[in-house]
Design a protein around this ligand. Structure first.
Ligand code: ARG
Length: 597
């Protein structure tokens, strides 16, 4: 493993050194280097510096150019800078040497991590994501949490961070008293044979039936209601028979979750599922600690935490309720206990929660309460990563025509169907077998759903529009997958002696330069995404990479390059690094890359 310094990092270093040489007191000043349309890079830092020094920015810029190491001397073989020019009020326009681009591409291609460095000081991050509820149908909110969380986990892990996954499933609460009691009175309701093919959906429909039937009885039958209430007490007290029946609901639900997650191509490991019930043994103590420290106080019989800045519409303070007046623990008690576990026992220094924006206030209050209680210190950062709502084409929250929330499985099935039609259309022309068409259809369809989710910034609502999502043109995963497949087709067509190899002595076409410079930015992009938890920046990077490759492909023949075998090899090297970057990048988003499309 050899990490590769990005060209922008080495330029940054050189321009900084030149700034310091021109103005010794400017040592450490930021040259504000950016990619630019006019040259390869633009450094804007001279302007601010000139202002502080009260000198003419253009004159200072000229001095900086003079001082650029390696420039004044004979162009040494490995100087990354080919030309610098002062422009406008004192910008530096920097052109990178072709040789430096090729050498950089070669160095990345020689490394299995594509030259992407590991984080210098990795920490421990707990990511709370993919948290559906037991005995309930998963909805599109669970889709977003799972897709976004999975990408964040993969990106952080690729950067070397130690990640603990936590699926905080809703597996506890008063409704389980009702469900368990009903099952006791109707013992065969969850029976089934082990090998039903549609296991996931069948499980869900059994659970759904039970939920509805027990709910109806709970409403209509006072005596049942009372028995259900007592059952909650038994459950909380850990009565073995009650707990065993509760476990059946959890197990049955896991069959259903598994089936949805395998469709979504997201791996959920059993040991990472620590639902609400996993913190049960801590709840009483959590309340006690909060009460003793004065962080929480009793109010109308409930144990509450109050906040000066959080008030309801009527101006009355809105408290965080940790224990209800009937003695039951709320959602907040569980989350506060989970924080104690995650910081105290798992030693996390970062806590992330990939949860619907509608729970923002809850997390704000939970974090603040945990800080007051000392469970979150300055050494720990806790962040809710809120995501927006999935909208229908009418701009309203995504619902079926009957106004029900859309079933996740149905939605995925439809995406796969549409994608398969798109794949079939092209696939038949390139001679794909029926089996390949079906496999690719799944990878394209699931990829399209994930990409649409990941390519919008998290907080924004977005419209679920399958036509757009599986379109071959535009910012879609299919477009990126096609670019990848194109690279593979080039390699299939290459003759035995046509292999990727670097030829830094060859001049590059504009399209090659643009592609090479963008490939160089992969590591920096990943570092940034891991810093701000914004997977859409990776999506945007990959889309641009696919576009630049498409332009390169149209303008620069690879296997039949005019410049002869050396140019063929040099271009194959660009293809190879592009392919591996696309594949790695999409994999981090949880999206597969079929070889033939
Ligand atoms: N199960 C919850 C829901 O369906 C999400 C849980 C979020 N995570 C947490 N630690 N509260 O809305």
């Amino acid at each position: 493993m050899a990490s590769v310094a990005s060209l922008s990092a080495s330029l940054q270093q050189r321009v900084s050194a030149a700034l310091a040489a021109a103005v010794p007191s400017a040592a450490g000043a930021d040259p504000l280097l950016r990619r630019s349309d006019r040259a390869d890079f633009q450094a804007n830092g001279v302007l601010g510096l000139a202002k502080r020094q009260k000198t003419n920015p253009q004159a200072l810029a000229a001095q900086v150019v003079e001082a650029l190491p390696g420039l004044a001397a004979e162009q040494s073989g490995d100087d990354p800078i080919a030309a610098v020019e002062v422009s406008g009020p004192g910008f530096l326009n920097i052109t990178v040497a072709d040789a430096a681009i090729t050498r950089n591409v070669a160095a990345r291609a020689a490394d299995e991590r594509l030259g992407v460095p590991l984080k210098a000081h990795p920490g421990i991050t707990v990511v709370d994501y993919a948290q559906p509820n037991v005995a309930k149908e998963m909805h599109v909110g669970h889709l977003r949490s799972s897709v976004i969380g999975d990408a964040i986990v993969k990106i952080l892990e690729f950067g070397g961070e130690q990640v603990v996954r936590r699926h905080h499933i809703g597996d506890w609460g008063t409704q389980f008293g009702m469900l368990v009691q009903y099952l006791i009175e109707h013992p065969h309701e969850l029976d089934h044979t082990a090998d039903e093919a549609d296991a996931g959906e069948a499980s869900m429909s059994r659970l759904d039936r039970l939920y509805k039937a027990s709910g109806a009885l709970f409403k209509s039958d006072e005596a049942f209601k009372e028995r259900a209430r007592r059952r909650v007490v038994d459950l909380q007290a850990g009565d073995p028979e009650t707990v065993a029946l509760w476990q059946r609901f959890v197990d049955e639900s896991k069959i259903y979750f598994d089936s949805v997650y395998s469709k979504l191509d997201i791996q959920i490991r059993d040991e990472d599922i620590v639902g609400e019930s996993g913190y049960n043994h801590m709840l009483a103590e959590t309340c006690e600690l909060l009460e003793k420290s004065g962080v929480a106080v009793e109010s109308d019989g409930a144990l509450c935490v109050f906040f000066d800045d959080i008030k309801g519409k009527d101006g009355e303070p809105v408290p965080l309720i940790v224990r209800k007046s009937d003695g039951g623990f709320g959602y907040a008690a569980t989350d506060l206990s989970a924080i104690r576990n995650r910081t105290g026992e798992l030693h996390a220094d970062t806590l992330l929660y990939v949860v619907d924006v509608r729970q923002s206030l809850h997390f704000k209050m939970v974090f603040e309460a945990a800080r007051r209680a000392g469970w979150l210190t300055d050494a720990v950062s806790a962040r809710h990563l809120p995501f927006g709502t999935l909208l229908g084409k009418d701009g309203k929250p995504f619902k079926t025509r009957a106004g029900e929330s859309v079933k996740l499985e149905a939605l995925l099935d439809e995406a796969v169907q549409r994608a398969t039609a798109v794949v079939r259309d092209k696939g038949e022309k390139i001679g794909l077998s029926e089996e390949e068409i079906l496999t690719n259809g799944v990878q394209v369809g699931v990829g399209a759903v994930k990409y649409a989710d990941l390519s919008t910034s998290l907080g924004r609502d977005y419209v679920f529009d399958l036509d757009r999502m599986v379109s071959l043109n535009g910012d879609t995963s299919v477009y990126i997958q096609y670019a990848f497949a194109r690279t593979q087709s080039i390699f299939r067509k290459a003759a035995g002696d046509q292999q990727p190899a670097a030829h830094p002595e060859l001049p590059l076409e504009q399209a090659e330069r643009a592609l090479g410079l963008h490939l160089d930015a992969f590591g920096d992009t990943l570092a940034e995404v891991a810093e701000v938890y914004e997977p859409h920046r990776l999506a945007a990077y990959l889309y641009q990479l696919a576009s630049l490759f498409t332009t390169f492909y149209e303008q620069c023949p690879v296997l039949t390059a005019d410049g002869g075998p050396a140019q063929v090899e040099n271009r194959l090297l660009l293809c190879e690094l592009t392919a591996r970057t696309l594949r790695q990048g999409l994999a981090l988003l949880g999206i597969r890359t079929p070889d033939r499309l």
